[in-house]
Write a protein that binds this ligand. Structure first.
Ligand SMILES: Nc1ncnc2c1ncn2[C@@H]1O[C@H](COP(=O)(O)OP(=O)(O)OP(=O)(O)O)[C@@H](O)[C@H]1O
Length: 306
């Protein structure tokens, strides 16, 4: 059996490279047969997954190494029936946290070597110009604007170097909180085959998540789980800033959903239309959802070995 490894050495401020520096000598010492496919540039995941699929036999084992973005872009290109393993090497590592995967590369490898398969559900998204899969969350509005500003600004790289990646989300979040405008969103969802609708006139934060965590460990939907087919929507309207700040400790303690300013819906299917163009983040990669475009969300089963 051969381990096919897709790795992003650049993820998590070169954490991917450090994971490889630790893992590869171990594989050599243990005489483990492996082939490494390291990304050399942004957006190369799909191309390497295609190469792996051409060479991989059924008995072989795929391991993805990188942050949540690398994992998401790889799974997007991977045939649904192909199992995968994951060794986290990002700055946020929310997906790994959701399944309590080890962040120690050797421990993670020893665990996946045992070959225990687990079914998880991931989000399938589809609109007029966006389609693919997300393992973590899809956010429209505030969180997307934060991810966009964090990824584009120099602060993430600087704080990653100081091992303060989560702080970069927090500082950027504060800045975006002051400047981001609300938007109108029409959300349909199906609860026990009954069609429901919620019209948000002053939507500010709208996150659809498959597990509790976003932004590097914030428990936005504490009861969400990738082991069931439910997607959790957490929505927050734009309210005066003076009323937002007291809610921040609640969000950090994961007690915010009791607060009436947060709307929480759980369903296996959602469809969303926004009244104007809005930033959208899909597992930390930013795009734009266009006005009046409908985004449909559902879930699909995948197999992960850990
Ligand atoms: N060799 C590379 N150099 C630069 N960018 C790369 C490389 N390989 C992949 N990428 C891009 O990096 C992004 C994914 O980064 P990833 O999310 O894995 O790490 P991160 O952003 O450091 O971690 P996190 O999401 O946990 O904050 C994707 O856009 C991907 O295409």
């Amino acid at each position: 059996m051969t381990y096919f490894i897709l790795a992003n050495p650049n993820s998590g401020a070169h954490k991917g490279a450090r994971v490889l520096e630790k893992l590869l000598p171990y594989l050599e010492t243990e005489r483990v047969d492996y082939r490494l496919f390291a990304t050399e540039k942004i957006g190369q995941e799909a191309e390497l997954i295609k190469k792996i699929c051409e060479q991989k036999e059924e008995i072989d084992h795929l391991i993805i190494i990188g942050g949540d973005g690398t994992l998401s872009l790889s799974i997007d290109a991977l045939p649904a029936e192909m199992p995968f393993s994951y060794i986290p090497a990002g700055s946020g590592n929310d997906f790994a946290r959701s399944l309590s995967l080890s962040t120690d590369p050797i421990q993670a490898f020893v665990a996946l070597q045992k070959g225990n398969s687990h079914d998880i559900f991931i989000i399938k998204y589809q609109s007029q110009h966006l389609n693919g899969y997300a393992l973590n969350n899809i956010g429209i509005g505030l969180d997307a604007a934060i991810v966009k500003a964090t990824n584009e600004g120099g602060m993430k790289k600087f704080l990653n170097r100081l091992k303060l990646g989560s702080l970069s989300y927090l500082l950027t979040a504060l800045h975006v909180l002051f400047t981001k405008k609300s938007f109108r969103a029409d959300v349909n969802f199906f609860d026990s085959s009954v069609k429901n609708n919620d019209l948000f006139d002053r939507a500010f934060l709208m996150t659809f998540t498959k597990h509790p965590y976003f932004g590097g460990g914030i428990r936005i939907a504490p009861d969400a789980s990738n082991l069931d087919a439910n997607i959790h929507l957490v929505e927050f309207d734009r309210i005066p800033l003076a009323k937002i700040f007291p809610l921040i400790p609640k969000v950090l303690n994961a007690t915010h959903l009791d607060n009436p300013n947060f709307i929480h819906h759980i369903s296996e299917n959602f469809s969303i239309t926004t009244s104007d163009n809005q930033p959208i983040q899909i597992d930390g990669e930013t795009h734009e959802i266009r006005a009046t475009e409908t985004l449909n969300l559902s879930t699909e089963k995948r197999t992960i070995i850990y």
